[in-house]
Design a protein around this ligand. Structure first.
Ligand code: BYC
Length: 329
């Protein structure tokens, strides 16, 4: 499904004519001084391409990420839960839109990005290729998936590209609410009946490892990390963020009385963090290749939504054309 062969990708290299060394030096000095790079500023082509890749894939993740939860809006166990879930899913749509706008400032169009998603050229987060089987999965997603997302996105508020950094400020505020509502829903289940506790543990078992995969491959197998860290697109490496997530989440699980599904998990005094077991990287790469348990359903749903929404896009374009004509007259 995906065009790139993971683990064998070279670092992003500039294509086309060599870039002016003076411009390159000035650009690197600005990045090193923690200045934001803005859309009209000169930037190396490889920097632009890396940003388009990361931001558009981030946007796609937000949009595809609406599906597993959207599936539960009609089945939420109370009116309060339904309202919260509806608001959360709408927030994810908003995040997708800010991110598509941020990517558009780099000279790519919305249509090109959507086409890349639908054709399988662009990736989206592996986490959204797993099914949501019970209500506890919705609680687990809020707690773990949004928790992992915040861990990754708080540092991105200081990413070197201005529009991406600014989009992240609002996204992080909303993700923080998402994480809390998930943890609150999980607390209720973990303190509920025996059946509810079992549901909570079962969902935790199924979402723990895929959540650790959200941070990407280990640093030594991450083709993009070194360059993205130099350009300050990424502010922490995949392994650093994964470790922070484990260290913060394990005590939360203990508070809920849930067991982390990892027999290798152990506090390590020397490093001041947990040692934990090996992620199943074969599973990760299979899901990235489009072989996730519900990958096909996800892409079918997105393509159908795009086709069924054609009339809305046409109506909006016709309305705008009329408005301009009237304004010109
Ligand atoms: N899933 O060199 P690496 C959300 C790809 S939305 C799929 O480490 P990089 C939420 C990677 O793209 C969560 N693919 O790459 C929404 C690369 O392939 P390409 C999304 C993955 O970019 C709704 C290759 O593997 N968050 O939270 O330096 C409801 C090698 O990896 C994954 C973001 O997108 C993966 N998990 O680092 C609730 C955050 N991991 O592109 C919640 C922004 C890696 O070279 N993105 N790959 O063909 C990032 O921070 C970085 O792009 C990543 C990967 C850490 C994800």
């Amino acid at each position: 499904m995906y065009t790139t062969e993971l683990g064998k990708q070279p670092n992003v290299k500039p294509i086309g004519p060599a870039e002016d060394p003076a411009l390159l030096e000035a650009f690197e000095a600005r990045v090193a001084a923690d200045e934001f790079i803005e859309p009209k500023d000169w930037m190396p082509e490889a920097y632009r391409r890396t940003l388009v890749r990361q931001i558009s894939q981030h946007a796609h993740s937000e949009i595809v990420g609406m599906l597993p939860e959207g599936n539960w809006i009609t089945r939420a166990p109370s009116l309060r839960r339904k309202q919260i879930l509806l608001a959360k899913v709408q927030d994810e749509a908003g995040h997708g839109l800010y991110l598509y706008c941020a990517a558009e400032t780099l000279g790519t169009s919305r249509e090109e990005m959507i086409e890349a998603l639908h054709s399988g050229k662009a990736k989206y987060s592996t986490i959204f290729n797993y099914p949501t089987l019970t209500w506890a999965d919705i609680a687990a997603i809020g707690w773990l998936v949004d928790g992992a997302a915040i861990m990754n996105q708080v540092p991105l508020q200081r990413t070197s590209y201005g529009p991406y950094a600014r989009a992240m400020v609002r996204v992080c505020k909303e993700e923080s609410f998402h994480q809390r509502q998930g943890y609150e829903a999980m607390t209720e289940l973990a303190n509920g009946t025996a059946a509810q506790k079992r549901m909570a543990q079962d969902a935790f078992n199924r979402w723990w490892w895929p959540s650790l995969m959200m941070f990407g491959p280990p640093d030594e197998n991450s083709p993009n990390t070194a360059q993205s860290m130099r350009w300050r697109i990424k502010r922490d490496t995949n392994d650093e963020l994964r470790q922070k997530f484990v260290d913060i989440t394990v005590p939360q699980a203990e508070y809920l009385g849930l067991t982390v599904p990892d027999s290798a998990l152990k506090w390590n005094d020397d490093k001041g963090g947990y040692d934990f077991g090996e992620v199943d990287w074969d599973e990760f790469y299979a899901v990235v290749r489009g072989e996730g348990p519900v990958a096909r359903e996800r892409m079918t749903a997105r393509r159908e939504a795009w086709e069924q929404g054609a009339w809305v896009r046409e109506a909006a374009a016709a309305h705008e054309a009329k408005r301009r004509k009237r304004a010109a007259a």
